[in-house]
Every structure is written in structure tokens, then in C-alpha cells.
Design a binder for this molecule. Structure first.
Ligand code: C5P
Length: 224
């Protein structure tokens, strides 16, 4: 049977990873958080002391860096970096790294390789448009800026980082602007993606909507 691919795109804090993880678990699919891959490389760049202007060095580092997923963990050169990649410092710089075309080429190739022949739920910015253009189901998740900032604020607070909510809202808007305006695979809804505004919706309800949509596209998948 042909592999089932679910592509979930959308701006920062729209709930993509929470929802994608749940759906993957429910369907027993592989979950691929492509944002975590760009974050892992950004973390590595920051650790190496390379400046954002040194594009050639960043590309070289990207070629030498081993990023992989296993059992829901993200590994950077064989070390689990789940917490490190979610830091606010990484969030501040990741969109600069993610706009370098060769960096994208390298990571997209990796993402396509993981998705080939596997049932996957993949979330990011360019999954429906670029990484998996033939995905079985494409969802574009959005939410109001206030709600997205609040979610990110709570995530950082849970991780022990104290931040200002207004600063987070500003950072999120800046990151969305950079992601949407870059020339190489910008954040944009695929023509055949279905938009779900998650503002005020529970995680359960969003997951249910996606499962219903999948049922229409691939009726046998979640019927067992
Ligand atoms: O999804 P998350 O917010 O963790 O993604 C972090 C950043 O990685 C995004 O703001 C974007 O710059 C970049 N990204 C991307 N393409 C993807 C996934 C993430 O450019 N497919």
C-alpha cells in the first residue's frame, strides 16, 4: 500500500507539533518535527561561535552535522537536544539560518528521505508546498498572535525561562514575517491545504477534525 503522508504547516505557535505528535501516536505513524531540525542546526551554529553573516561556514557546519530523530527525541551529533533546541535564544536566530538555500536543500533532502516509504506526520513551514507536495492530507494551522504568544510563553515558563509576553508576541511576529518573506520556500499555505484556526479550540477538537479529514482522503487508515 502507498505510504500515507500528513503535512501540517503554519506559523509559529499555531499548535503544529502538539497536534502532529498526537496524531502520529494515534495512527502509529512516524512524527517528524522539521522545525526541530532547523533549531538543532541553529543551536550548533550558536555553540560554534559562528556569526550569522558567515554563511559559508554555516553551510559547511550543516554538511558536517548529524541530525536525526529516534523515539521522539532529536539528536544532534548523537546527543539528545530536545530542551536546548526549544530555548528562546535558538528561537531568535533560527529563521536566519532557515533562509539559507543550501541549508534548506540539505534538510529537505533528509526530510524526504525519512518520509519515503513511511507513513508520516510531518510539520513545518514548507511541507505541503515543497517537502511533500503529493501528501495525502495537507493542513494549515493558524491561531491569533495573542494565543500563539501565550502558548509559547507557557512552554518557556514550563522549561523554567521567564520572559515577557509582549516580547514573545513581537518575536513571533518577526519570525513569521521572515519565514513568510524569504525567497526560498517561504511559509505559505499550499493551494490544496485545509486551514484550521486553532484559536480557542482544544487539542482534542483539532485532532478530531484532522482525523475526520484524513478519513475522507484515506478511509481505511484510522478505521481499525
Ligand atoms: O516549527 P518551529 O517554530 O519550531 O520552527 C522553527 C523555525 O524553523 C521556523 O520559524 C522557520 O524559520 C524554520 N522552519 C522552516 N521550515 C520548516 C520548519 C521550520 O523554515 N519546514
Amino acid at each position: 500500500m502507498e505510504a500515507i503522508q500528513i503535512a501540517i504547516d503554519g506559523p509559529a505557535g499555531a499548535g503544529k507539533s502538539t497536534i502532529a505528535k498526537r496524531i502520529a501516536k494515534e495512527l502509529n505513524f512516524i512524527y517528524i518535527d522539521t522545525g526541530a531540525m532547523y533549531r538543532a542546526l541553529t543551536y550548533q551554529v550558536l555553540q560554534s561561535g559562528i556569526s550569522l553573516q558567515q554563511e559559508e561556514k554555516i553551510v559547511q557546519l550543516a554538511k558536517e552535522t548529524d541530525i536525526m530523530f529516534e523515539n521522539g527525541n532529536i539528536y544532534l551529533n548523537k546527543k539528545i537536544v530536545n530542551k536546548e533546541v526549544r530555548s528562546n535564544n535558538v528561537s531568535l536566530y533560527v529563521s536566519h539560518i532557515a533562509q539559507i538555500p543550501i541549508v534548506r536543500e540539505l534538510l529537505v533532502e533528509m526530510q524526504k528521505r525519512i518520509a519515503a516509504n513511511n507513513n508520516v506526520v510531518m510539520d513545518g513551514r514548507d511541507i505541503g508546498t515543497n517537502v511533500l507536495p503529493g501528501a495525502t492530507l495537507k493542513v494549515f494551522l493558524t491561531a491569533s498572535v495573542q494565543e500563539r504568544a501565550r502558548r509559547r510563553y507557557e512552554e518557556l515558563e514550563r522549561n523554567g525561562t521567564l520572559v515577557n509576553l509582549d516580547d514573545i508576541a513581537e518575536q513571533i511576529q518577526l519570525r513569521d514575517k521572515m519565514d513568510a518573506e524569504r525567497s526560498c520556500s517561504p511559509l505559505v499555505k499550499a493551494d490544496d491545504a485545509i486551514t484550521i484556526d486553532t484559536t480557542g479550540l482544544s487539542i482534542e477538537n483539532v485532532c478530531k477534525s484532522i482525523m475526520n479529514l484524513l478519513n475522507l482522503k484515506a478511509p481505511l487508515v484510522n478505521n481499525n
